[in-house]
Design a protein around this ligand. Sequence first.
Ligand code: ADP
Ligand code: 3PG
Ligand code: MG
Length: 395
Amino acid sequence: MNTKKTIRDVDVTGKTVLVRVDFNVPIDKATGQALSDSRLRASLPTINYLKERGARIILCSHLGRPKGRDPSLALAHVARRLSELIGQEVKLAPCCTGPQVEALAMGLAPGEILLLENTRFHPEEEANDPNYAKALASLAQLFVNDAFAAAHRAHASTAGVAAYLPAVAGLLMEKEVYFLSQVLEPQRPFTLVLGGAKVSTKIGVIRRLLPKVDRLLIGGAMANTFLKAEGFSVGASMVEDESIDEASHIMEEARRRQIQLLLPADVVVAESIRPGARSATVSVRQIPQGWHIVDIGEITSQAYIRALAGSRTVFWNGPMGVAEIEAFAHGSRCIAQAIAHLPDAITVAGGGETEAVVESLSLTQQFSHVSTGGGAALEFLEGKELPGWTVLMDT
Ligand code: ADP
Ligand code: 3PG
Ligand code: MG
């Protein structure tokens, strides 16, 4: 899979380089500030590599899903935070193309950094308009795609631009593809841990990985759908009724393949999904009517921790409960700790909320890799082609 050229395979010295990064960070609606800078930090190895070689660096990214220009999704905060992280001024262009941007790009000295304004302020971005891609490309001599998290989008700045410039992977892109490829060719035993909100977004991954999985641990709202398929009444819990049949099929296939598939035996239930709501831990046989499952219980956490022991490869996507509420984060934290401390295992986590759990415990370094990609990581593992990767030059 790792067959693409990277910035290490080409001469970047003194070149003007257009780098697509994914700075699509969660934003505090009240202040406009970035709530997490992990995607910014993840881009530093590539930026520093280029800087050390005197490249003139033009960064570009989308933020959110604006329809046209939207000041609340401008990149000024991002530029400021990036400047702090790099310890160097990051200039901000007013848009992505045109004479003003060209002048700013031409004016860059070796090692200087210019960030273009939100690529999605131009509708041509998502339309993958060739003229827009060409105009972006005209700013630089080399295209580097380091935006793994947006690599499943065939947009002008993620894919289109590669038609007009030599195109290589950045170091983050390379690392993401390397570790996710290890998940596709896992050392056994391989444990797949899935949680989060929706079964439907993860079915493709389960289907693709099931032949290689030894243990499948299911938590989060996803588990509710499986529990309902098994005939349990789950009160007012979030369930995807249209995925109940699919859940039954998956359980049947797991049995046929003799895969150990674990569902919660006990859960934390709450009267409402709010901080401070009344809650209790109960058996899955005794879920009170009108209450919501919000986390896995202690017995389940311990069973999942035992099932993780001895794994040589682990992939985890989706929290075990409503982890953004402190009182319902316990199960996810137990699982994060257990995975982080597995000896001799390749451990990969992915997804926004999952990453937030790992980060909140300062465990990122204890994982082999924490993916910056949610949708992109899932699509990669499903075996879908990622346009932002496919367009890069082969080795
Ligand atoms: P990730 O962001 O890691 O990819 P998902 O987006 O699939 O994960 O799922 C995260 C979401 O799932 C969170 O918003 C969380 O509140 C929700 N969730 C997890 N468990 C439950 C549950 N039992 N009931 C309702 N929502 C849940
Ligand atoms: C993400 O956060 O998943 C990526 O930045 C892609 O964003 P999008 O789903 O708005 O294309
Ligand atoms: Mg999410």
